[in-house]
Ligand binder design. Structure first.
Ligand SMILES: Nc1ncnc2c1ncn2[C@@H]1O[C@H](COP(=O)(O)OP(=O)(O)OP(=O)(O)O)[C@@H](O)[C@H]1O
Length: 246
């Protein structure tokens, strides 16, 4: 697949932090309409990879593109095209869902009426009675829905998710999975860092395992079975040779 068709693209990405190479010649691509799940143990480099797309971490070498733009040289374009849901979506606790959504849209130069904001929250799955409640009363799943509504309002082409299902109960995780699939169905490219193998198989099209900043295994999420994925994941997160665990 040509690089131009990839909305999120890394070529030979290398990141050095504190004199150490934390991402090592990483190639990765996510096309429109696809969900890529990045698995890996603690410190494997998942969050660093997301931070490179966001422009928070600069590569030492290699190429990074978001819909063809460089987060280093074209930060404004990248911000417009990219939505980011961190592990805990940061919102203003004393503002309501509607007020948060309108405020974050203003920052992105999007004027949103209260009615339009309600429509977007509804579409993201946030029930009407919660729209005017303070966000401090929201669960993690409800805050994520505001995050999805912001992405929808921006008409983002790509979305980055960091540990989206940690701390969600199975029902909320399943609901979130369906919403991510729906976003991909509308053409969004989604990159998700996770430890949740079940969710990765449920949501993703491709799954990659990162170890010490290198992609050590990749799977088609539609055909890999749970045992096979778990075996590879445990082998690589224990720091061992995958064959040693067969
Ligand atoms: N600000 C920083 N300065 C120096 N090194 C860092 C910094 N942030 C992360 N690192 C190092 O980069 C490597 C990758 O860390 P990263 O947080 O990307 O891993 P991760 O896969 O997201 O881990 P986790 O699952 O624990 O969130 C680690 O060795 C970490 O110690």
């Amino acid at each position: 697949m040509a690089q131009e068709e990839e909305i999120l693209s890394l070529r030979a990405l290398t990141v050095e932090r504190g004199g150490r190479r934390t991402i090592d010649r990483l190639d990765l691509g996510v096309r429109a309409g696809c969900v890529y799940a990045l698995l890996g143990g603690n410190g494997a480099g998942k969050t660093t990879t997301l931070n490179v797309f966001l422009g928070f971490v600069q590569p030492a070498f290699g190429e990074v593109r978001v819909a063809g733009s460089s987060p280093v040289r074209e930060a404004a374009q990248v911000r417009r095209r990219l939505a980011y849901l961190p592990e805990n979506v940061a919102l203003y606790p004393y503002l309501s869902g509607v007020e948060n959504l309108r405020y974050f849209c203003t920052l992105a130069d999007i004027a949103l009426s209260r009615t339009a904001a309600r429509g977007l929250l509804e579409r993201a799955g946030l029930q009407a009675p919660a729209h005017d409640a303070r966000v401090s009363t929201y669960s993690k799943g409800m805050r994520q829905k505001v995050g999805l509504a912001i992405a929808d309002a921006k008409e983002a082409q790509a979305m980055l998710l960091d540990e989206p299902t940690s701390g969600l109960d199975p029902g909320a995780a399943n609901d979130f999975a369906q919403r991510i699939r729906a976003a991909a169905g509308n053409g969004m490219a989604v990159l998700m860092a996770t430890h949740d193998l079940f969710n990765a198989r449920q949501v993703a099209d491709r799954i990659g395992i990162l170890k010490e900043g290198r992609l050590v295994a990749e799977f088609d999420a539609h055909t890999v079975n749970h045992g096979e994925l778990e075996h590879a994941y445990l082998a690589h997160t224990r720091g061992g040779d995958p064959e040693a665990h067969s």
